[in-house]
Design a protein around this ligand. Sequence first.
Ligand SMILES: NC(=O)c1ccc[n+]([C@@H]2O[C@H](COP(=O)([O-])OP(=O)(O)OC[C@H]3O[C@@H](n4cnc5c(N)ncnc54)[C@H](OP(=O)(O)O)[C@@H]3O)[C@@H](O)[C@H]2O)c1
Length: 229
Amino acid sequence: MRNVLITGANRGIGLELTRQYAHDGDAVLAFCRTPQSADALNALAHASNRRVTVHTMDVADERSIRTAAQAIGDRPIDILINNAGIKGGENQNIDAVDTADWIEAFTVMVIGPFRVIQAFLGNLRKAKNPKIMTITSQMGATTWPMGGSYTYASAKAAVNRVMIAVARDLEAEVTVNLIHPGWVRTDMGGPDADLTTEESAAGIRNVIASITKADNGKFYKWNGEIHPW
Ligand SMILES: NC(=O)c1ccc[n+]([C@@H]2O[C@H](COP(=O)([O-])OP(=O)(O)OC[C@H]3O[C@@H](n4cnc5c(N)ncnc54)[C@H](OP(=O)(O)O)[C@@H]3O)[C@@H](O)[C@H]2O)c1
């Protein structure tokens, strides 16, 4: 049985990844900001025969990340999925970008994933073939053809660059990759998006399963294609 750590596991893509990994027999360490109100995740954990355990972690809070890692102790982590994300504010037009929103986007989606990796590196090192997957977005690619979305797109671009460096630093020990999950029908993606969470999570899981050490540092799409940077 593998141990899979997922951040932002209480709704959206994170919840569906949790459901699918547990369904296939993996143990999922499902992290969220407020377990006491994570009804869908708690119901999943309750029905999972202890395969899903629910834990507290706010990825914007370094102390919360450290406390979460201490609670896990020296348990090996086979797969770490940096999933938690936010829109980065409602108004991201050129004439109205809020600085606090911008900082929060970087705190949650750039510094957060990096600190989560730092905190659980010892656990990853205890696994046989550990993998880190960070969920980014096509909007962080320089090939994204649209303007606007300043806070969100720049945070995803930054985390792409951070993960390239992490992939280099850890290449002897951990396989580190990025994935665009598709445009997915979640609170973030909205009701008109292309994919269901089931389709996106299944694609992400297939990509993670197929990755070898030779793929370290690559940027994927949910369907297994390589994403242009
Ligand atoms: N949906 C899409 O079309 C799409 C496209 C490209 C990329 N993505 C990326 O895919 C990932 C998942 O998105 P989603 O569509 O599933 O979004 P979602 O439904 O809005 O869920 C976001 C998740 O992130 C959690 N989160 C936010 N801030 C957090 C923090 N500080 N600490 C811990 N957890 C936090 C949320 O927890 P709370 O319930 O506590 O807020 C929630 O569980 C994100 O990284 C997103 O940027 C999504």
